[in-house]
Design a protein around this ligand. Structure first.
Ligand code: UP5
Ligand code: MG
Length: 197
């Protein structure tokens, strides 16, 4: 079980906004654990004995958000399994909709402190172009025009309202994610330093 109440930063932004890239840089500099909900779901899909593999596969290709019961179990297990004693978690790509948020509150309320949301903001066009470019070599089943159209739609319809909700609570730290990786990271460091990371 979790030793002490973990601190959580939700990392949100459109497909290809740079969540994974920036989280990788953050863990090089700061003592925290990066958990990508998408990576956890892809790993679960690839397990040969997974009961949810087929469902996850379909949802990802369709750019739809997997039922939270599946995602929250993967996140909770990953949080409990990290053994380095790090008490800060970057949760990347979650919560993406109302169902995700309710699932988090049901399972994790009182068990973790959500400090703030790190929000990588950029246009749909930048998002799509980065993912299409990555699609040349990523092997990701959703880095194609058809899936990307759906991912963008899901992001705008379901995930943006979650960001707005946290915005109203004063909990969003927004970064202009359309610039270079290093320029974005400079802003990220400023935010994390200010937040006492
Ligand atoms: N790149 C990154 N930063 C750049 C920069 N500043 N300038 C130029 N290029 C930059 O980056 C994407 C690409 O852009 C890379 O090639 C990178 O080099 C370049 P990356 O850091 O990977 O961006 P990221 O925001 O992580 O993009 P990702 O595609 O992972 O975002 P998504 O949110 O779409 O994907 P995720 O893996 O989170 O989810 C995939 C699917 O899983 C969802 O669509 C959904 O079906 C499912 N899912 C759920 O159902 N529930 C969940 O909780 C999570 C996921
Ligand atoms: Mg990612």
């Amino acid at each position: 079980s979790l030793m002490t109440k973990p601190n959580v930063v939700f990392v949100l932004g459109g497909p290809g906004a740079g969540k994974g890239t920036q989280c990788s840089k953050i863990v090089e500099t700061y003592s925290c654990t990066h958990l990508s909900a998408g990576d956890l779901l892809r790993a679960e899909r690839n397990r040969t004995d997974s009961e949810d593999g087929q469902l996850i596969d379909t949802y990802i290709k369709e750019g739809k958000i997997v039922p939270v019961e599946i995602t929250i179990n993967l996140l909770k297990k990953a949080m409990e399994n990290q053994k380095e004693g790090k008490n800060y978690f970057l949760i990347d790509g979650f919560p993406r909709n109302e169902d995700n948020l309710q699932g988090w509150n049901r399972v994790m309320d009182g068990k973790a402190d959500v400090k703030f949301v790190l929000f990588f903001n950029c246009s749909n066009e930048v998002c799509v172009n980065r993912c299409l470019d990555r699609g040349k070599s990523s092997g990701r089943t959703d880095d194609n025009r058809e899936s990307l159209e759906k991912r963008i739609q899901t992001y705008q319809q379901s995930t943006r309202p979650i960001v707005e909700l946290y915005e109203k609570q004063g909990k969003v730290r927004t970064v202009d994610a359309s610039r270079s990786v290093d320029e974005v990271f400079t802003d990220v460091k400023t935010i994390l330093d200010k937040e006492g990371f």
